[in-house]
Design a protein around this ligand. Structure first.
Ligand code: ZN
Ligand code: ZN
Length: 377
């Protein structure tokens, strides 16, 4: 079966639902309730808009999954990849109680149900009212084990996303110039992300000079000055929903000597970390590979965040590459390797690649150079 161009892994969908049911049963979960979001898209291919009306995939551990949608959304659900799955799509009318409808279809007395981690609180409360006495847990605990191991079709989608964001990084010199504000540069970058083939712009961080020392600084009206280091962290989503996320640090004209020194430590650390990716290394061991280099150079207190996060249908998902996680990496896991060094009030630098763990080691999905790019001032 060919994958639809809009849904990499569409051929995987029946298998995903099957494995989700099995994982729910193993976890003792009577039924999972999945409302619009990445989990629903992962399991059915249906990219539904979150609304106050309930749209919910019900995955019972016993019996067949079914999708409950407002009657007026039924044609859209049927036209989505979910319509090609062997699951019943149940429409409900404006005066029906969708929660009661679901409760009636479940085996009586199911003691534990699981909801997707981003379910709206009002929907969770309505489920609890419809299923009095039942315990509730997070479906993320069941589904992350599936979602973090990417299929070849998913890796191909992430590779496409990575190539698109690389195209934008290769053109940064066209927009990043002294005299322009971070906001002006970011607007041009956002347009370029769409022009490179992404369907959505998820974030554009342009952190110039001292702003680069704040990892989640977005943009400001600060005017970029000659000699500024500038951290540019950008990402978007392709039409099929897979995300990109890559950081490069630039200098607009020759930066201070202390910055070059810091950058060289960072480049060495990030290169060592991407080279260390292989099956069996744990998340905390991989975090330590770069952190030890940065600490030995005296910047340990200035690497203030984890090394990275998993990526797929969401920009941040499991596995997290962080101290304290003894999770061994496995082929198919995709995550960022993004150490940074931040000197408050002065400047900062970060280098970020998405890397996929393969049997042979790590495959980088971002391939622009990692040497400091000094642009004309
Ligand atoms: Zn990033
Ligand atoms: Zn990231």
């Amino acid at each position: 079966m060919e994958d639809s161009p809009l849904q990499p892994g569409a051929a995987d969908l029946p298998d995903r639902l099957h494995r989700a049911r099995r994982a729910a049963a193993d976890a003792g979960v009577g039924a999972m309730f999945i409302t619009p979001g990445a989990d629903l898209r992962y399991l059915t291919g249906y990219q539904a808009t979150p609304l106050e009306r309930l749209t919910c995939l019900v995955v019972p551990s016993e019996g067949d999954p079914f999708l409950v949608v407002p009657a007026l959304e039924k044609p859209a659900a049927e036209a989505s990849p979910a319509g090609a799955l062997d699951i019943e799509i149940v429409g409900f009318g404006e005066t029906d109680d969708a929660y009661e409808l679901i409760a009636r279809r479940l085996p009586a007395g199911a003691p534990l149900f699981a909801v997707d981690n981003q379910m709206w609180a009002e929907k969770l409360l309505a489920f609890q009212a419809a299923l009095p006495g039942a315990q509730v847990s997070l479906a993320g605990d069941v589904l992350s084990g599936l979602r973090m191991r990417k299929t070849p079709a998913e890796v191909a989608a992430l590779r496409t996303a990575g190539a698109a964001i690389d195209q934008v990084h290769r053109r940064i010199g066209a927009w990043l110039k002294p005299g322009r504000t971070e906001r002006e540069v970011a607007r041009d970058i956002a347009d370029a992300i769409i022009a490179a083939g992404h369907a959505t712009v998820d974030f554009v961080i342009v952190g110039s000079g001292p702003n680069g020392a704040s990892p989640h600084h977005e943009v400001s009206d600060r005017v970029i000055a000659p000699g500024d280091p500038v951290v540019i962290d950008i990402g978007g989503g392709t039409a099929d929903g897979y995300r990109s996320d890559s950081t490069r640090t630039y200098a607009v004209g020759e930066p201070p000597a202390a910055f070059r020194e810091l950058y060289e430590v960072l480049r060495t650390a990030q290169t060592a970390q991407t080279d260390a990716v292989r099956p069996g290394i744990t998340a905390e061991q991989l975090d330590a590979v770069g952190r030890d280099i940065i600490t030995a150079a005296g910047y340990g207190d200035h690497f203030i965040h984890r090394t990275g996060h998993g990526i797929g249908l969401e920009t941040h998902e499991e596995p997290y590459i962080v101290a304290g996680s003894a999770r061994p990496l496995e082929p198919g896991m995709a995550f960022s390797v993004e150490p940074g060094i931040y000197l408050p009030g002065t400047f900062g630098a970060r280098i970020e690649d998405i890397v996929v763990c393969t049997e042979e080691g790590g495959e980088r999905l971002n391939l622009t150079g990692r040497d400091l790019v000094v642009l004309p001032s």
